[in-house]
Design a protein around this ligand. Structure first.
Ligand code: UDP
Length: 455
């Protein structure tokens, strides 16, 4: 029988590498060999963050190619990153496929590219290899991108992608409204950067036309209305890390697992977990307000303070904060987030509402406190607070800050809200059904695997 071998190519950012690694594990469990292709820069980060017990005999083979940026350049500059990857990565990918295909029994049978990396689809088509694209955010977010021509036609966007004015738009009566300032391309940098990113997105849309499979990390259950506007899209989520010990996760930072022992010592349903994903950056004032809000709320908390979470030094806590909270607070540089969310001591998740964090909180039945930072995170907040009703929103004051008083009050309000907790647990059960045997996401996964075999 033909050996299935997929090259999996995530967009070079943490929130894309993790779900595609999770999907790779699902496929590996079904007998696929996986070549997981990171940029050299991210490959290095993944390799240095590997835990000691990682299983090196994995069916997932990690490889890398250059991203076209200089070693010290800022990879958070998305416009530059998209421009350089588009310029250099197609050539390297083609070479990699040619080399891999030379070795016996290893011929590549399919490419699974992040949907934002349409250039990889072009390479696969040119080389006659079946292609799948994988969308890692909410389907609602994808819908806005698919509707770009209609938004221009309706005079909501200029032909350069810049909104004519900031407004809320409704793509379907049952989908949450979208803010034109929160589109992937309108939420970054100055208008020149926005135009460049818009051009990238529009040309990417061309590249991903007529792909063999369109997959995503969501479920019909969670985004019913958005799927009606994306009829070809097959949800296979929500994905989770493999439960096998020692499996690769694709983390860019080393997980500090000691916080799990700390959680073991906390009462059931008492801890607020605070994490803002891989991208969010706070200024010192906002960072201090958050620290004081957590302190004053009086509940135990586990707070992920990435080394680059603030625009100043990472230990920029308010004076005496660490000593004062020593008995009830724990700060770590990077947490094993899914294990934390699954822990019985966790009572709430103060989150930036990145899509992966959203899916993970939903799957574990944890109520949310929402603090979106940019882009699709606002739509995700609408899902959490208005559609699924499993969380509360934090509001900014007149100076644009989320004050320590607001944080304290909302933590207290969330932790006594039984209705939200019950709904979160119900949603967890419904969501689990879609990925369990017989569920819609599981059926889609099986269908995908069978049709790759048939190609
Ligand atoms: N994450 C983690 N440990 C942390 C913080 C985050 O493992 O301390 C993981 C989290 O589980 C999620 C990903 O990092 O899978 C972040 O993705 P998300 O879409 O939530 O946010 P982004 O980083 O893209 O803004």
């Amino acid at each position: 029988m033909k050996k299935l071998h997929a090259v999996v190519i995530p967009f070079p950012a943490q929130g894309h590498v993790i779900p595609l690694m999770e999907f790779s594990h699902c496929l590996a469990e079904h007998g696929f060999k996986i070549t997981f292709l990171n940029t050299e820069f991210n490959h290095e980060r993944v390799m240095t963050s590997l835990p000691e017990n990682v299983n090196k005999e994995n069916q997932i083979h990690l490889v890398s190619i250059p991203d076209g940026m200089d070693p010290g350049e800022d990879r958070n500059n998305l416009v530059k990153l998209c421009e350089t990857t588009l310029r250099v990565m197609p050539g390297y990918l083609e070479e990699l496929i040619q080399e891999t295909n030379k070795s016996d029994g290893s011929k590549i049978t399919c490419i699974i590219a992040d949907e934002t990396m349409g250039w990889a689809v072009k390479v696969a088509k040119k080389m006659g290899i079946p292609q799948a694209v994988f969308w890692t955010s909410a389907v609602g977010t994808r819908t806005a991108i698919l509707h770009i021509p209609q938004l221009i036609e309706a005079g909501i966007l200029g032909s350069d992608g810049i909104p004519v004015k900031q407004q809320m738009i409704q793509l379907s009566p049952t989908m949450p409204a979208l803010n034109t300032d929160h589109f992937a391309w309108t939420c970054i940098g100055d208008s020149n950067m926005q135009r460049s990113l818009f051009r990238y997105i529009v040309s990417n849309l061309e590249d991903i036309k007529d792909v063999d499979w369109y997959l995503c990390n969501s479920s019909y259950e969670l985004e019913k209305s958005a799927f009606q506007l994306n009829p070809n899209l097959l949800p296979v989520g929500p994905l989770l890390a493999s439960s096998q010990p020692g499996q690769l996760t694709g983390n860019f930072w080393t997980e500090d697992s000691t916080c799990l022992n700390w959680l073991d010592q906390q009462p059931a349903n008492s801890v607020i977990y605070v994490a803002f994903g891989s991208f969010t950056i706070f200024d010192k004032h906002q960072f201090h307000e958050l620290a004081l809000g957590l302190e004053n709320a009086g509940h135990p908390f586990l707070w992920v303070v990435r080394p680059d979470l603030t625009d100043g030094p990472s230990d920029a806590y308010p004076d005496g904060f660490q000593e004062r909270v020593a008995s009830k607070g724990r700060m770590v540089g990077w947490a094993p987030q899914q294990k934390v969310l699954a822990h019985p001591s966790i009572a709430g998740f103060l989150s930036h509402c990145g899509w992966n964090s959203t899916m993970e909180g939903v799957t574990m039945g944890v109520p949310f406190l929402c603090w979106p930072y940019f882009a699709d995170q606002f739509l995700n907040q609408s899902y959490i607070c208005d559609v699924w009703k499993v969380g509360l929103q934090l509001n900014k004051d007149d100076s644009g800050i989320i004050s320590n008083g607001e944080i304290k009050n909302k933590i207290k309000a969330l932790l006594v809200d039984e209705t939200i907790r019950e709904r979160a647990l119900e949603l967890k059960e419904r969501t689990k059904k879609s990925v369990n045997e017989g569920g819609s996401s599981k059926k889609n996964l099986n269908h995908f695997i069978e049709s790759v075999k048939g190609k």
